[in-house]
Design a protein around this ligand. Structure first.
Ligand SMILES: [Mg+2]
Length: 238
């Protein structure tokens, strides 16, 4: 009995050290689909045509910061300020974005199994946090790092180090990165000394570079894989 109890304690402490950092856009949430819906709404609201819709969509898909809306504002001759456009964009995206229920449940399951769960995302702090709050991801993770918080973008190692620190962990302890971007998430994660899971949405690995440790079609499959890994890890170490 005592040995059993001790083994359980060891297992929990051991598993607790496992860290996973999730990318946000097109990994935990469908950014592409959300932006398409937003661009349609935006152009309808401002009485702009299909050509402008494609332009606006390209612009925000590439890089969504207040400066993006400075350009959109002057190109489309919009009467409101850049600040007003940016605030409206953050509110609109927060209203449109969602995270699948099975992924939210998966984040809970990971934490219940002792994982430290973090979000490591490039982007502007206010829009990324608005999305995290609106989807319910915010209260389901231990830490969040957005590149604009400290001017450290993926694939820089520093980005992953700061994200790990937000979760109370260090890169030296190892961990996992889950993401859809071969360079930023997989290449960056590997360079930071982390193991990697590529969320490929059914595509095949696109580069000649060595691939990720695992490839999965969607975030829930990555979570299932991590939960299995934790079980194996605990079994071997107990
Ligand atoms: Mg992504």
């Amino acid at each position: 009995m005592i040995f059993e109890a001790r083994a359980k304690v060891v297992r929990v402490l051991d598993v607790r050290r496992l860290l996973v950092l999730f990318d946000l856009d097109n990994t935990l949430v469908d950014r592409r689909g959300t932006l398409g819906d937003w661009a349609a709404e935006f152009t309808a609201r401002h009485g702009l045509g299909d050509e402008v819709r494609a332009y606006v969509l390209d612009m925000v898909a590439e890089r969504a910061y207040p400066s993006t809306f400075d350009l959109i504002r002057s190109q489309c001759r919009l009467p409101m300020s850049t600040d007003e456009l940016w605030s409206a964009y953050c509110a609109d995206i927060a209203a449109l974005v969602s995270c699948p229920a099975e992924v939210l449940e998966g984040l809970d399951e990971l934490r219940a199994a002792g994982w430290r769960v973090g979000v490591a995302t490039n982007g502007a702090s206010d829009i990324q946090r608005a999305k995290l709050r609106a989807t319910g991801i915010f209260e389901r993770v231990d830490g969040i790092f957005v590149s604009e918080d400290a001017d450290a973008r993926k694939p820089q190692r520093r980005h992953f180090a700061l994200a790990a620190a937000r979760c109370g962990a260090a890169l030296g302890d190892g961990g996992w990165v889950v993401g859809d971007n071969p360079v930023n998430d997989i290449g960056g994660g590997r360079s930071a000394g982390l193991r990697t899971i590529w969320v490929g949405h059914g595509h095949s690995w696109p580069t000649d570079d060595s691939g990720p440790d695992h490839m999965v079609p969607h975030a829930r499959a990555a979570i299932d894989l991590l939960l299995l890994h934790a079980e194996d890890h605990a079994r071997t170490r107990a």
